[in-house]
Design a binder for this molecule. Structure first.
Ligand SMILES: Nc1nc2c(c(=O)[nH]1)N[C@H]1C(S)=C(S)[C@@H](COP(=O)(O)O)O[C@H]1N2
Ligand SMILES: [Mo]
Length: 500
């Protein structure tokens, strides 16, 4: 057996068993203390804005999977190198493992809310990796002899098996420790102020056009959480504190006992590119934030409400927006169900008119009254604007450039949004020609998107369709193309089609 192959196999086996064992231990020390998750979390928290935007543009809502796969591939390459070096001198191996162990320990310990036990998975993993690497690389350097070779390969197989059993076992155990049972047990109260019915005609029923109400399953998900926070409603509390006259702590039962309102609100992500799909419309059930703030009595100058989640993420919302009478909710229900875990179970915030990164705190446990001058929420030091009102936007859903169109009438359709201002007009043009007014569908309120359609007499050849919206204040969606960073993309969505 070639030395390179042997060293690489030994290194990868040692790394695999370290990660597998750590995964298992993390069942007991907390999912965020597993080295891959902890290191991944540090990466997520420190990637420069443009790289984060690149990841979202390239991998969409699979950005986390991409990060994990990339990390594992890199780690395997390093492990192979360390294994190969260990064949020359085991101290290279020891140094390599110590380095990776230290990165794992440091990452786990510096995650928000981590206790000393967070160091255990990486420490144990590194220790076991050291022993495995030593055993697999000791003995004759050249495995010329068939018996030696067989012994080595058996060793690798045993280690790989142990890695798989502990890793998959850990995964299995941790999925049993989720809050999905607690979620199923939640009985949502009946709203004292129900959502208005969706008017007939809100749904144009055009193929490819996004439905007026987005199902929970297809609702976009964006957050920094590599493992979903499992927040038990039994022990959940919401603290409203900071610069208030009257701090409040609420349990989940106390929250559910309050008068509930239900509203359709369209949530949008600031990272959404023009034409992108990081937007969705749902029926949210919850308690008006305004009522809780009125009870807490913010002090003068407390112009920012910082939402803080169970995993330490923060967003900053203008206090004035939360108190101006719009339907800002501490939501417990989404489309008639308890919040799905990935959308913030048991409680999240929803604020009509603001991008999610400044308002829509999932797994929320604190609302802290402070000022914009005194505190920067998570995305602000990372280059995003502290203020995030949603920009007027419109999107063409049908036709798509991949469609085979034939000459004659074609239904052009899409959605437009300007939450809490409302959409007054949507216009479409072909090949830079005159703007033509589209027909607006109905909508529940100015807090949701609206569907639109326009009948096009398509002629053979290549054509460019473009759309722009005007909000109810008369502001026309600007043509100038700007990236999502720092406060939301601008520009007109266009679709190039081929008519046969
Ligand atoms: N705890 C937590 N809440 C969060 C985030 C996050 O990273 N962590 N991301 C925000 C962002 S950027 C957006 S756009 C919305 C997305 O909500 P959704 O995943 O339910 O669609 O959640 C917001 N709430
Ligand atoms: Mo977002």
């Amino acid at each position: 057996m070639r030395n390179g192959v042997r060293g690489a196999l030994a290194g990868i086996a040692a790394a695999a068993v370290a990660l597998g064992l750590a995964e298992f231990v993390a069942v007991f020390t907390g999912a965020r203390s597993a080295p891959l998750v902890a290191v991944g979390g540090v990466v997520v928290d420190h990637v420069p804005g443009p790289i984060k935007q690149f990841a979202i543009d390239t991998f969409g809502t699979h950005d986390k999977t991409a990060l994990m796969v990339g990390t594992v591939v890199l780690l395997a390459a390093f492990a192979a190198l360390i294994g190969w070096l260990s064949l020359r001198n085991i101290w290279y191996g020891v140094a390599g493992i110590a380095l990776f162990g230290a990165i794992g320990v440091a990452s786990a310990l510096t995650r928000p809310d981590a206790g000393a036990e967070a160091a255990v998975p990486a420490l144990l993993g590194a220790a076991v990796a050291g022993v495995v690497l030593w055993r697999l690389t000791s003995g004759p350097t050249e495995l010329g002899d068939a018996a030696d070779r067989r012994r080595f390969l058996t060793g690798v197989a045993v280690v790989a098996g142990a890695a798989a059993v502990s890793g998959l076992g850990g995964r299995w155990l941790s999925t049993r420790r989720t809050v999905s049972e607690a979620r199923k047990a939640v009985r949502l109260p009946v709203p004292t102020s129900p959502a208005p019915a969706v008017p007939a005609g809100a749904e144009l029923g055009v193929t490819q056009l996004a439905p007026y109400v987005t199902s929970n399953r297809s609702f976009y998900r964006i957050d920094t959480a590599l493992v979903l926070p499992q927040v038990d409603p039994e022990t959940w509390t919401l603290r409203i504190h900071g610069r208030v006259r009257n701090p409040i702590t609420l349990t989940f039962d106390q929250l559910l006992a309050r008068p509930m309102v239900e509203r359709y609100v369209t949530l949008a992500c600031v990272s959404n590119e023009v034409g992108g799909d990081l937007i969705g419309n749902a029926r949210w059930l919850g308690v008006p934030v305004k009522e809780l703030l009125d009870e807490a009595q913010p002090l003068d100058g407390a112009d920012q409400v910082v939402g803080r989640s169970a995993d330490g993420w923060t967003c900053g919302t203008p206090t004035a927006v939360l108190r101006d009478g719009r339907d800002a909710l501490l939501a417990v229900g989404m489309n008639g169900e308890p919040l799905p875990v990935q959308h913030g179970f048991p409680v999240r915030m929803v604020v009509p008119g603001l991008y999610g990164y400044v308002s829509a705190c999932k797994w929320v446990t604190e609302l802290e009254l402070t000022s914009f001058a005194d505190f920067d929420a998570y995305w602000v030091p990372r280059g995003w604007s502290a203020q995030g009102p949603i920009k007027t936007q419109s999107r063409i859903d049908a036709p798509r450039s991949s469609n085979n169109l034939s000459a004659g009438p074609v239904t052009v359709a899409g959605v437009a949004w300007a939450q809490h201002r409302g959409i007054r007009r949507v216009e479409v043009r072909v090949d830079g020609g005159p703007w033509q007014e589209a027909t607006l569908a109905r909508s529940v309120s100015i807090d949701t998107w609206v569907q639109w359609s326009w009948r096009w007499e398509a002629t053979p050849g290549r054509h460019r369709l473009q759309v722009r919206a005007t909000d109810a204040t008369g502001e026309v969606q600007p043509e100038q193309e700007r990236p999502p960073d720092p406060d939301g993309a601008t520009g007109w969505h266009s679709v190039d089609v081929e008519v046969g």
